[in-house]
Design a protein around this ligand. Structure first.
Ligand code: PHE
Length: 453
């Protein structure tokens, strides 16, 4: 049977954009970007991240969407279709599915903390500007094994229910309504943060680069974050590309998503760093940074408790768009990729697997904090494996394929929707970059970051 027949997809052009943006925006912007910038020198990290998003992120995203839409198939079958004579390419898709599992295993854990914070904010227990109180609240949230796992499983169950709804009714509908509200909320936090007495110190940290902190590893981390942020290098954008309408403008959609995603990351940084410096938090506090500073920002403003609760609700919602896209990678494969399972069965199997893989990540903050793989606890291991290895490696091969095998002619055809779009110049620039610049950069950063040379 052809996979095309009756295949679900995004119904509207706006839906194409919001679902793709919904995948990109999530913990990466609001939680990861601020704490990684905080740990790695602020502005210097921001600049490298910016460069990576534009020179690496955008070309990989366009390539992935292009291949997925052409093949109209999941992340593994797409490779089978675009490279029918060489099954080795399929390994890129397999690595992608593995990366989706690795990411979800720690992602759902952090989203569980967010859900828990919604209730703690409601109860008023987070209303304090004292760093010691904030730290204690965060530690209590992450270090209780049973509660943390219960939240994580709850999150997985919730996402499974939406995924069961399918692509246009489940994924598209959810993301369309919620993205705009989150943006408004972030702007409110930014305004509050910027009016704090020591706001300028925070901005200076975020925008005055000190390149002395930059090492090969920091560059690799910034590039890994760009991959993570844009949900690329592991088949998410390929899978979503397969749901793109035939009249969707792929380079334009990718560019819009990249810019909007960047804006939201910057807003998150502007929301958090002024508060960090104003209240005397530690910028390098790591994964707890968001959870400690945001309550402090809100505690010092009128109706703070209501805003704080709303902030965590919206962040939770933003993460749902991202988790849906992560989930959809293995689910689409299980449905179409030879297993022939129903959507319901594929969703349940994926959720159960994630429930299992996720446990050691969650317990990394309590009972399993001493258990390490290659010197990292499970939480950090899943994160490192996906962002710093699997996604860049996937991105490298995607560029090689797009630039060298797909070729310029077919690119012109696909990306202009068979000549109906007037974007020849843009496609030529993309064709050059994806062939020569991006793969070389990714490879250099990867090898340098891993200390190979
Ligand atoms: N981009 C998402 C975020 O920033 C995470 C993600 C990674 C989603 C990979 C899908 C695939 O939170």
């Amino acid at each position: 049977m052809s996979v095309h027949a009756n295949r679900d997809g995004f119904a509207t052009k706006l839906g194409v954009l919001t679902a793709t943006l919904g995948s990109a925006v999530g913990l990466g912007n609001i939680w990861k970007f601020p704490y990684m910038a905080g740990e790695n020198g602020g502005a210097a990290f921001l600049f490298i991240y910016l460069a990576a998003t534009i020179v690496v992120g955008l070309p990989v995203m366009i390539s992935e969407i292009m291949m997925g839409r052409h093949a109209r198939a999941n992340a593994i079958t797409t490779w089978k279709k675009v490279a029918p004579n060489n099954s080795l390419w399929m390994l890129v898709g397999v690595c992608g599915v593995l990366a989706a599992f690795a990411i979800m295993s720690f992602y759902a854990d952090v989203v569980g903390w967010i859900f828990s914070y919604i209730f703690q904010a409601l109860s008023g227990s987070l209303s304090s500007t004292d760093p010691a109180v904030a730290k204690a609240a965060f530690n209590a949230t992450v270090s209780s094994p049973i509660t943390a796992i219960a939240w994580q499983w709850g999150v997985l169950a919730l996402v499974s229910v939406i995924i069961l709804g399918g692509v246009s009714k489940g994924i598209e509908k959810t993301t369309k309504t919620l993205m705009p509200i989150l943006l408004v909320m972030l702007v409110i936090v930014c305004i509050r943060s910027l009016t704090l007495p020591k706001a300028m110190d925070g901005l200076a940290f975020l925008f005055n680069p000190d390149f002395s902190k930059v090492t090969g590893e920091v560059v690799l981390m910034a590039m890994g974050l760009a991959f993570f942020k844009l949900s690329i290098g592991m088949g998410t954008m390929m899978t979503y590309g397969s749901y793109f309408r035939s009249d969707a403008n792929m380079p334009l959609t990718a560019t819009r998503v990249m810019l909007a995603d960047l804006t939201i990351s910057l807003l998150a940084g502007i929301a958090i760093f002024p508060a960090v410096f104003n209240y005397g938090f530690e910028p390098a506090a790591g994964p707890g940074l968001l959870f400690m500073t945001i309550p402090a920002v809100f505690s010092s403003m009128p109706f703070g408790q209501i805003f704080m609760t709303a902030f965590f609700v919206l962040t939770a919602i933003a993460t749902i768009g991202a988790m849906l896209s992560l989930f959809e990678v293995p689910v689409a494969f299980m449905i179409e990729g030879g297993l022939g399972w129903s959507r319901a069965k594929s969703t349940i199997v994926t959720a159960l697997l994630l429930g299992g893989f996720g446990i050691p990540a969650t317990l990394s903050f309590s009972t399993m904090s001493d258990v390490t793989l290659f010197g990292l606890n499970f939480f950090d291991f899943y994160d490192y494996l996906s962002s710093n290895l699997l996604m860049p490696i996937g991105g490298f091969f995607i560029c090689i394929f797009a630039g060298w095998k797909w070729g310029k002619e077919r690119m012109q055809e696909s990306l202009s929707n068979n000549g109906t779009l007037n974007n020849t110049m843009i496609i030529s620039a993309y064709a050059f970059i994806v062939k020569w610049v991006t793969p070389l950069l990714v490879l250099t950063v990867l090898l340098k970051g891993l200390n190979v040379f």
